[in-house]
Design a protein around this ligand. Structure first.
Ligand code: ATP
Ligand code: MG
Length: 458
């Protein structure tokens, strides 16, 4: 398994590149290895301490009982002659030939022999163990003065056998602990490796999502944490796909709107302005042909001409108002909104439209204010088209560094959680969120609709 960091580094995002670190399973393995080695060392120390006690107890007992036996023998042979003493002592010493924990020697020379000559360490026992478990028991020396010489009996502890036995026990214990430690570590290593394997597929899936493709490799198995991660990634992917789809359809809708707008302009030019221009043309011809005495009729015709010109003005103002972005820069947001509301009232005389506009909102820069303007415009348009409302209230307030908008109507309401084919609500939300703001719709069938948006003014 390649480390996830490496796989990410192959992806498109430079941010994903991270210096390669030790994989989690190796880290865990290392930590467990260190811990078990420390435990093993601790166990070895305890075992060596125990061995030391056992060896000293065993050897000490042997040395004491041999010393007691020697002292008893010496007290019994005190009155015997030299030959007898020598014989008894030789026999006594011979009785210890092959003794496990003692080295007993009889010395008749004038200078005592230098203790028993043991090899440095017992066969097969490591030096560190001997050093840890060995103890120094002082040798026992008894001098028996004879007529011509002095005999010496020399007793010395010999822990080698005992050390060897203790080592065999300690070695078995350490082997068992070592094998257990290895097994535990292997087990953890394999479990982690197996559990993290789906992460590779998760990383590949993220790469696919990042490239705008459908993730084909989302893991469905593995430990619950990975399954949860995969599930959440799937949800995220769905949300991204929905967002992309929304952007795409908004774009299409934008193009459609442009076309609609052009058609509307053409229609208005042709049907409305065209009619009046034709009428003006006809009227001017008629006025030009009138006889000087037709003064009264001429006045009537001229009145009609002026009315047609005024109508052309009105239509062209309406067209410009719809086509041109509102003149927020010159009027300010509040002025532009006032204009919008006035026009709206003219177009919908049967709906009572109340407004509360905070003059402080004019501080908002034009590029932001236009979004607020459009949100108000779309909210009003929705209320007029869908709500069948009697009353609508618009409130725009500056609160701190944020502007708060509320458009409420007492119309039929709708299910705000439902999905709709229109683009108005989505567009309003997009505008608010693009300005790091929030957008909420509260509505229920029969209970009117409240639209709220809030975003920073700068
Ligand atoms: N104030 C409202 N009262 C009642 N229903 C509403 C209101 N505002 C929106 N709706 C409902 O929500 C739907 C979605 O509105 P949205 O503005 O997104 O689209 P639209 O107005 O149908 O079309 P578009 O705005 O794209 O021209 C509407 O079709 C309508 O059913
Ligand atoms: Mg709409």
């Amino acid at each position: 398994m390649s480390p996830p960091g490496k796989a990410l580094a192959n992806g498109t995002s430079a941010r994903a590149a991270r210096p390669a670190r030790l994989e989690l399973r190796w880290r865990l393995s290392l930590a467990i290895g260190l811990l078990l080695t420390a435990a093993l060392a601790g166990a070895a120390l305890v075992a060596v301490g125990n061995a030391r006690v056992a060896v000293s107890r065993e050897v000490d007992t042997s040395l004491r009982s041999a010393t007691a036996s020697l002292d008893l023998t010496l007290s019994l042979i005190r009155d015997l002659d030299d030959i007898e003493v020598e014989r008894v002592l030789a026999k006594w010493v011979a009785g210890f030939t092959g003794a496990r924990h003692l080295c007993v020697s009889l010395d008749t020379r004038s200078a005592p022999r230098d203790r028993c000559a043991f090899p440095e360490a017992p066969l097969g026992v490591p030096g560190w163990f001997v050093q840890g478990a060995e103890f120094s028991e002082p040798p026992v020396l008894r001098e028996i003065p004879l007529t011509e010489k002095t005999m010496r009996v020399h007793l010395e502890a010999d822990p080698r056998d005992e050390l060897r036995e203790a080592w065999v026990d300690v070695r078995s214990l350490l082997l068992v602990i070592g094998a257990l430690a290895f097994a535990v570590n292997l087990c953890v290593f394999l479990t982690i490796s197996f559990a993290l394997r789906p992460l590779e597929r998760l990383v590949r899936a993220m790469d696919q999502i990042g490239r705008g493709q459908r993730a084909t490799e989302l893991p469905r198995s593995g430990p619950p944490e990975v399954r949860l991660l995969s599930e959440k990634l799937g949800e995220l992917e769905d949300r991204i796909a929905r967002g992309r789809e929304q952007v795409r359809s908004l774009h299409l809708r934008n193009l459609d709107l442009q076309e609609d707008e052009r058609r509307m302009v053409a229609r208005e030019l042709h049907d409305e302005i065209g009619q009046h221009v034709t009428a003006i043309e006809m009227e001017t011809i008629r006025v030009a042909r009138m006889a000087p005495e037709e003064q009264v009729q001429r006045e009537v015709r001229l009145q009609q001409l002026r009315a047609s010109v005024a109508e052309i003005h009105r239509i062209s103002r309406r067209l410009v108002g719809r086509l041109r972005p509102p003149s927020i820069e010159s009027l300010g947001l509040v002025g532009a909104l006032d204009g919008l509301l006035d026009r709206w009232r003219e177009d919908h005389p049967d709906i009572a439209l109340g407004a509360e506009l905070d003059p402080g909102c004019d501080r908002m820069p034009g590029d932001r204010a236009v979004h607020l303007y459009r949100i108000v415009q779309e909210s009003l348009s929705n209320a007029a088209r869908h709500a069948r409302a009697k009353t609508i209230g618009v409130r725009v307030m500056l609160e701190g560094a944020a502007v708060k908008l509320r458009v409420g109507d007492d119309g039929c309401g709708f299910d705000a959680q439902g999905s709709y084919r229109g683009y108005g609500l989505a567009g309003m939300r997009e505008r608010a969120e693009a300005l790091s703001g929030t957008f909420t719709v509260v509505s229920k069938a029969g209970a009117g609709t409240v639209i709220e948006a809030e975003f920073p003014i700068a």
